[in-house]
Design a protein around this ligand. Sequence first.
Ligand code: KPL
Length: 301
Amino acid sequence: MNNAPAAHRLVIVGQGAIGSLLAAKAQQQHLDYGVIPRNKQPLAMHYQHLASGLSFDFTPTSVTQLSLQDIILLPLKAFQIDNALAHLTIPAEASIVLMHNGMGTIEATQTRFPSNPILAATTSYGVYKPHSNTLVETGQGKTAIGWVQHPNKTVQQCLQSFLETGLGPLYWHDNIQLALWQKLAVNAVINPLTAIHQIKNGGLQDPQFNNVIHEICQEVALVMQALNMPVTIEALKDNVREVIINTADNYSSMNRDIAAGRPSEIDFINGYIVQQANKLGIDVSHNQRLWQQVNQLAQQS
Ligand code: KPL
């Protein structure tokens, strides 16, 4: 780790639900931050925290040029990452934080940016945007983060303070792959099932889903164990149930994407599990079926 001065700016790419949440948290903490908007100017946002009733309005500053000390957060859809990175001029010292559902983008990012500090993070916070300018935080979650390459002490300190305060509890992982796979299991269950059955996350508490939840977790556990990750089916199921309960009143991102006719992240969730399982010769027919079903739904909508 190096000891560069700690004058980091947070740069958030896009204003999706998690991007807007990060911007709201940075705004609340009076941090140096900006947004690279999808369109020309950042949108003015209205943020509401459901549990406390807190709300405020803010308009993030637009970032047009990246600099060495920037920490670039990419809370995008997995399938948007490569294209977004291809269009940014990122100095070799700037840090990159991948933050999305699903897996499969780390390798391409490392190939594109071999010298940059890179991190991967995942959060289970519940948020939604009823309109493009309104963000509602519905459920407390937790956030996991870890280094992918070139750790940097002051970047870590900056992210520790920002994310612990805004999206805590924050867990730093020496092996972020394990945490990403654990979150992958959560998304492999909740996202396709809530999209196919058109229900809120809490709907999965119905006993009719017990078997399928077990089968999906069993398949993911087999793949994880074959990749030398210490995991049990019960631990994955407990984790999934906790998220179902904590976000019971939310529609999952895949439910919303399919309902709105937008592309979903299924190729990076159940599709990624199937690809890894195929390489290892493991049967994951439940994941395979969900992958196909969601892709069929996407074609119909
Ligand atoms: O990550 C999510 C998503 O909707 O994509 C969960 C954790 C399932 C919350 O809805």
